[in-house]
Design a protein around this ligand. Structure first.
Ligand code: VGL
Ligand code: ZN
Length: 187
């Protein structure tokens, strides 16, 4: 059994001071930094939007959930939080890079599942932002792809829009088959 650590969207715009700040988003950073050395395989995801992405409220197209402008590719808001250790040997996945498509999951429109399987990975430990959007979607797709999925509760935070959605997301992930654990319980 081989595990991969997922660090989902720990980017400036999702941390306090960012355009789509998640309350306590930066608090996941030290927890993740302590976990990093324990994994052979690490995947960092980045929300990596074009400046006119369909999910931005200023865009005229209809989309069921829109957001302030955030994580525009190459801008400081899209950079990893400065305190996050970024491993040289990691897999980095950019998501929602096309103008007309929203993508919350690390697996959507990427070859990540295949890459992980070819490395012998069968278990995913999820950390990062945001619990109720990108972490939840990544958990769901990881389970659908046949991976064992564990969510590290003290290493995720939610946008909580609508209010309560962060806690609800943990319950939904558990119902879908994910295990909810704490960092202290990792291996
Ligand atoms: C996310 C809202 C919009 C996330 C990305 O990373 O969870 N949330 N784009
Ligand atoms: Zn986004």
């Amino acid at each position: 059994m081989k595990s991969a650590l997922f660090v989902v969207d720990v980017q400036n715009d999702f941390c306090p001071g960012g355009s789509l700040a998640v309350a306590g988003g930066d608090q996941v950073v030290p927890v993740i930094n302590r976990l990093l050395p324990r994994f052979d395989t690490v995947v960092y995801t980045r929300d990596w939007h074009p400046a006119n992405h369909i999910s931005f409220a200023a865009q005229p197209q209809f989309i069921d959930q829109s957001w302030p402008v955030h994580c525009v590719a190459g801008t400081p808001g899209a950079a990893f939080h400065p305190g996050l250790q970024v491993r040289e040997d990691a897999i980095i996945v950019n998501k929602a890079t096309a103008v007309a498509q929203e993508a919350y999951s690390a697996f959507q429109g990427t070859d990540l599942a295949e890459r992980l399987r070819s490395l012998g990975v069968d278990t995913l430990y999820l950390t990062g932002l945001a619990t109720d959007y990108c972490v939840k979607a990544t958990a769901r797709d990881g389970l659908r792809e046949g991976f064992r999925v564990l969510v590290i509760r003290d290493a995720v935070r939610g946008v909580d829009v609508p209010p309560g959605s962060a806690d609800q997301a943990l319950a939904e992930m558990a119902r879908a088959g994910a295990e909810i654990i704490t960092a202290a319980e990792v291996k």
